[in-house]
Design a protein around this ligand. Structure first.
Ligand code: GSH
Length: 310
């Protein structure tokens, strides 16, 4: 199959843990998708042509709709492909809170162990890039000093997963894999790829290690590859399917047509400018134009992002 404007194009790289979260969702839903590999560090001109400045990985593209951040990517996958659902244990709302814990607190504990333990990923160019991304020194010696303390944090949180699995269930919310499994397992995968000390901590919880294997066995759905040029050509030829929609509950009166800036509230806070198309408590969509891709609509979650009139 060649990709078209209905295809899932997934801008990613293989050792990206947040990409792994979505790849597991592709597996759970049995989806076909196209991997469009992007660089691990800036510059990423082809990605930024689509997003308007957002540089984090992954980004999902369907035609001229561009979804930034795993939260909005997974919500959109659930909307378009509802079966099997990612909410397998009544965690329709709680699953998102669980994901935010995993993406921020659990992830940062893993990062400290990985980079504090010394890993070949962290060469000079990578360190400089991540300092720009976070606006803070990427201080390997400070991470080395903190690694033993962070090991305690990481272990305590692995312990929560272990307690969740204590009754012998196969997956975190019950018999079937879903949002919680994808949302937690990628942090363990990242540790496995990069940190022998971290792997020891995981292996300290045999139920967690067995669960991890069950999640890995789900696979990643059906993956094919697409070049960056071909992905941009698809965006250029396509039209967004997002309809303009006012949200009467908008706390600050945002209305379709408003010129706005959207930015993440943690790291990678590059501002993305556009015109508001639609918004809700969980989602904001803005239209922007780029000479390489034409008009595109870029989607973001609300939790973890700021939207301001420009
Ligand atoms: N909140 C974002 C976090 C994404 C994230 O931090 N991704 C990492 C890679 S796994 C990243 O973009 N690092 C900087 C880069 O790759 O340029 C999400 O859920 O998608």
């Amino acid at each position: 199959m060649t990709a078209n404007s209905d295809s899932i194009i997934f801008h990613q790289y293989d050792i990206s843990p947040f990409s792994e979260k979505v790849r597991v969702i592709f597996g759970i839903k049995g989806l076909e998708w196209f991997a469009c590999d992007q660089p691990v560090i800036m510059p990423k001109p082809d990605l930024v042509a689509l997003t308007g400045g957002y540089r984090k990985i992954p980004v999902m593209q369907i035609g001229a709709d561009i979804y930034c951040d795993t939260q909005v990517i997974i919500r959109e996958l659930e909307r378009r492909f509802p079966s099997p659902s990612i909410y397998t244990g009544g965690d329709n709302g709680a699953g998102w809170g669980f994901s935010m814990w995993s993406d921020r607190v659990f992830f940062q504990a893993g990062v400290a162990i990985i980079f504090g333990g010394g890993t070949p990923i962290a060469d000079e160019a990578f360190i400089k890039d991540r300092e720009k991304l976070t606006g803070r020194p990427f201080d390997i010696s400070a991470m080395k000093a903190a690694a033993p303390l962070m090991a305690e944090q990481f272990r305590a949180q692995l312990g929560w997963l272990d307690e969740q699995l204590a009754d012998g269930r196969d997956f975190l919310m019950g018999d079937a894999p879903g949002l919680a499994d994808a949302g937690a397992c990628y942090n363990l995968a990242f540790v496995r790829w990069t940190s022998p000390a971290g792997v020891k901590l995981i292996e300290g919880f045999p139920k967690v290690a067995a669960w991890e294997k069950r999640v890995a066995a789900i696979g990643h759905g059906k993956r094919q590859e697409i070049s960056r040029d071909a992905a941009l050509d698809i965006a250029k030829a396509a039209t967004s399917t997002e309809a303009a929609k006012a949200d009467p509950g908008e706390p600050n009166g945002l209305t379709p047509g408003d010129k706005v800036i959207v930015m993440a509230d943690d790291y990678g806070r590059d501002p993305i400018a556009g015109e508001l198309v639609s918004s809700s408590a969980q989602h904001v969509a803005i239209r922007r134009n780029d000479p390489r891709v034409g008009d595109v609509v870029v989607h973001f979650p609300r939790a973890g992002f700021l939207v301001v009139k420009s």
